[in-house]
Design a protein around this ligand. Structure first.
Ligand code: F6R
Length: 616
């Protein structure tokens, strides 16, 4: 949430900042701003998109080789010009951009007001700007010169909460001071230039050499130097990494929206996630990232999965898979609930944290809690180098590639793929699966990308169905077994991008309440591929039909029974029922995409949402 980009070097900062903000816009898009350092510090900011910011800049404004920019997802204070970042301290000595939440900001604000400070905005960030300035000015007459970075350090020691921030001091305008606690920051290292950003996307065009800041790090950067310390001013050794991210991976590549591109990328994302791990020829499966913990996994007494949103839905599929293939009791928890409800965590428990971004604040906090209780914590993440993989002892990356559309699509199927492989590997090792079952699953998983290609060929048909639901106010998604989490995911996709209220339910639960909602205006999307509960779901479809609900069913190719009952059927190829989530979710993603487009919604940047939820 909130995107940060900063630059010091030999190029015109404004170009880098605006381009960088556009790449980070998926993190927040209610207001944007930049500060450019020429002889003075010039701040330009406004409510709205980066393109709105761009339109208020003129040729005379955009000089200077140092600067910083911010795209905001509002926490404290509405999205307005004044609340947009950067924020200046009262006397103009410091300027700051910030991602995160300063939890004790009201207390700090009262203290500063008592010292004569006044505030222009409602933000916690302006409080921090003034706090830094206050600390700095309190030492202005010291015999030993007091630096701007020391003021930042001392101010941060008074702060509770999370931050990824960049500060520029009026007294040292060639210097960027960056600090991190809880909110991600990455530094790009060029030749006589440095970049700072919330993630690597604004940087990769210029360099693939990066440093991910750790919590408590403070980096002091000029064109020619980088000095890394911590809050206690102890020097830290920079860990320089090379990132393997290509520019075309973060561009739309001819698609109208990132979300559509990412839906279409799923066959490749799954292949990439299986590459080097699953061998169709050798009928083998190896998850290198779990090698060192595999014995513990095999003999785990209990597995706990923690995640949020779509990743939680993938976790629910994971629970079904793990219990079925390994017989190890598995539970899935919302990270936000887990961290605050005093959960039972036993020493031998294995915790699997799932996250696309690897930065979700609640998931990170739940990991800390599980670690402190002695659990072995593993990660399933997509963004390489993000915080969760660094906080966990082992794990498996999904190789879905960058996911930019705010609604998660390819990350979900890649997560389910990883969880399927994990369950298969553990199940085969602990005899939950026979050799034949294991090898059959390998064959089935190998064929999934091809089957998804076939479903994607039906996109035009799904687009027509979207016409039927685009004017609905509500929609119900029903599924059983492995398809219940898919029903939840389908409903989430529809509501988040088209703003149609939608609920996902286990189909049998319909009779315990939601059936009251069904009338001829209610689209009911039923996941009804052939598995052991097929007959039951057929009965549920009859019940909806008897109440005149509009039935859209996702069925196995060749199904004639449901075809005769439903208003529309979308066919998907046959697969092992444990793998059906990977296929059945595809038409639901397309359905929500086309519905949102037909309703004129901003598909890639739905209202009020942001991609990486770095605040709790
Ligand atoms: C929905 C969506 C969110 C995320 C959730 C967790 O389409 O994208 O529900 O799944 O915010 O994010 P990660 O996976 O980054 O932890």
């Amino acid at each position: 949430m909130c995107g940060i980009v900063a630059y010091v070097g030999k190029r015109k900062a404004s170009n880098i900042l605006i381009k960088g903000l556009k790449r980070l816009e998926y993190r927040g898009y209610d207001s944007a701003g930049i500060a450019l350092i020429n002889n003075d510090i010039n701040v330009y900011k406004c409510q709205g998109r980066v393109s709105d910011l761009e339109s208020i800049l003129t040729e005379e404004d955009i000089h200077g080789f140092v600067g910083m920019g911010h795209t905001r997802w509002a926490t404290h204070g509405e999205p307005t010009d004044i609340n947009a970042h950067p924020h200046e301290s009262m006397n103009g000595d410091f300027i700051i951009i910030h991602n995160g939440i300063i939890e004790n900001y009201s207390k700090l604000k009262i203290g500063l007001e008592n010292e004569g400070y006044s505030f222009k905005s409602e933000t916690d960030t302006e409080v921090l700007a003034n706090l830094i300035e206050y600390v700095f000015l309190s030492h202005i007459n010291d015999d030993i010169p007091f630096s701007a970075e020391e003021a930042v350090r001392q101010a941060l020691l008074m702060v509770e909460g999370a931050y990824g921030l960049v500060v520029i001091a009026k007294s040292e305008k060639d210097k960027l001071i960056a600090a991190r606690k809880g909110s991600p920051l990455v530094i790009g290292i060029g030749k006589e230039e440095y970049f700072i950003a919330s993630d690597a996307t604004p940087i990769i065009e210029y360099t693939n050499s990066v440093i991910y800041l750790n919590d408590g790090d403070i980096a002091i950067i000029t064109k020619n130097s980088l000095n890394l310390t911590n809050l206690k001013n102890v020097s830290q050794k920079p860990d320089i990494k090379t990132i393997d991210l290509k520019l075309d991976e973060i561009e739309k590549g001819g698609f109208e929206h990132y979300m559509l591109k990412e839906i279409y990328e799923q066959p490749k994302a799954i292949k990439d996630t299986c590459r080097g791990r699953l061998s169709f020829e050798a009928k083998a499966l190896k998850l290198g990232g779990l090698h060192d913990v595999f014995e513990e996994l095999k003999s785990a007494k209990r597995i706990l999965i923690i995640a949020c949103g779509t990743s939680w839905h993938a976790g629910l599929v994971g629970e079904y898979l793990l219990e079925e293939f390994t017989r190890i009791p598995t539970e899935v928890e919302y990270a936000s609930e887990f961290r605050y409800r005093n959960p039972v965590i036993n020493k031998g428990d294995i915790v699997i944290a799932i996250s696309q971004s690897g930065e979700t604040a609640d998931t990170l906090a739940a990991i800390q809690l599980a670690k402190s209780a002695g659990a072995l914590v593993l990660g399933v993440c997509n963004v390489v180098g993000s915080s969760i993989p660094r906080e966990t002892v082992a794990g498996v990356y999904t190789h879905a590639g960058p996911e930019i559309g705010v609604a998660s699509t390819k990350a979900f199927t890649a997560q389910v793929t990883v969880l399927t492989m994990m369950a298969m590997a553990i199940g085969y090792a602990n005899k939950g699966l026979t050799k034949k079952e294991y090898e059959d699953l390998i064959d089935e998983l190998y064929l999934i990308p091809e089957k998804i290609e076939k479903i994607l060929e039906k996109a035009d048909f799904v687009e027509k169905i979207a016409d039927l639901i685009k004017d609905a106010n509500n929609a119900l998604y029903l599924g059983r077994g492995y398809l219940f989490p898919v029903a939840l995911e389908g409903a989430l996709k529809l509501k988040e991008i088209s703003y149609i209220h939608a609920e996902g339910y286990p189909a049998a639960e319909m009779k315990h309440g939601p059936i009251a909602l069904i009338d001829d205006k209610m689209p009911v999307i039923v996941l009804a591929t052939k598995d052991h509960s097929y007959d039951k779901i057929v009965s549920n479809i009859q019940e909806v039909k008897a109440r005149k609900g509009l039935i859209i069913a996702v069925v196995t190719e060749g199904d004639t029974t449901i075809k005769n009952m439903a208003d529309y059927v979308i066919e998907v190829p046959h697969s092992d029922f444990a793998l059906a989530p990977l296929l059945t979710v595809i038409p639901l993603q397309l359905l929500s995409y086309y519905t949102a487009v037909k309703r004129g919604c901003n598909v890639d940047q739905p209202r009020n949402l942001a991609k990486s939820v770095t605040v709790e």
